[in-house]
Design a binder for this molecule. Structure first.
Ligand code: ZN
Length: 181
């Protein structure tokens, strides 16, 4: 799986959030029968948390491109889900480290969007970075390993951030694609 799959997954998950958000407005009392718009600018803040999540995600991607590819002239797409392809297009000629960080951010956002949409089972497909066991659980804002003997030096259950899981995932993907070539 390369960066294209990762960005497709992230875009699909973000589109789902936007869709959910637009649907809420379309079906709300007094919302009227307006055709759903893919632009989030003129959407009433019915679900403020989701809206700010979408905005923060797009902003993070835009800022990454601003910093790493300051010469970018292509405007940000209107459709929030288009932001990942936009980011990839505009960092295409950057070095591998920039692309790796980019892919890690995109994958982390994919996980965040899934959790925002209520699908916290998304972390279960990941191996615990501590013991390598698949089947992490999402609990109070972190991924937790449930293996009995997987403990920190202080005897606590290790907790992993989505950023950590994303970094491990992208590193693993790179290893696989190197082996495949
Ligand atoms: Zn573990």
């Amino acid at each position: 799986m390369g960066h294209t799959d990762t960005s497709t997954k992230a875009a699909a998950q973000l589109a789902l959030l936007v869709e959910y958000f637009v649907e809420l407005r379309a079906s709300s009392p007094g919302g009227g029968r307006r055709s759903p718009t893919r632009s989030i600018e003129n959407t009433a803040p019915l679900n403020v948390a989701t809206l700010s999540h979408i905005h923060a995600s797009v902003r993070e991607i835009r800022e990454y491109v601003d910093i790493e590819s300051p010469g970018t002239v292509e405007p940000l797409p209107k459709d929030p889900a288009g932001v990942y392809d936009w980011c990839i297009r505009n960092t295409e000629h950057d070095d591998e480290a920039v692309k790796r960080r980019r892919d890690t951010i995109i994958y982390r956002q994919y996980l965040e969007h899934a959790i925002e949409a209520g699908d916290d089972k998304v972390v279960r497909h990941h191996r615990c970075p501590g013991c390598g066991t698949v089947g992490l659980h999402w609990k109070s804002g972190s991924a937790v390993c449930r293996k009995r003997d997987c403990l920190t030096p202080d005897g606590l259950r290790p907790k992993w951030t989505l950023a950590h899981l994303a970094a491990e995932y992208i590193a693993d993907q790179e290893k696989r694609s190197r082996r495949a070539t």
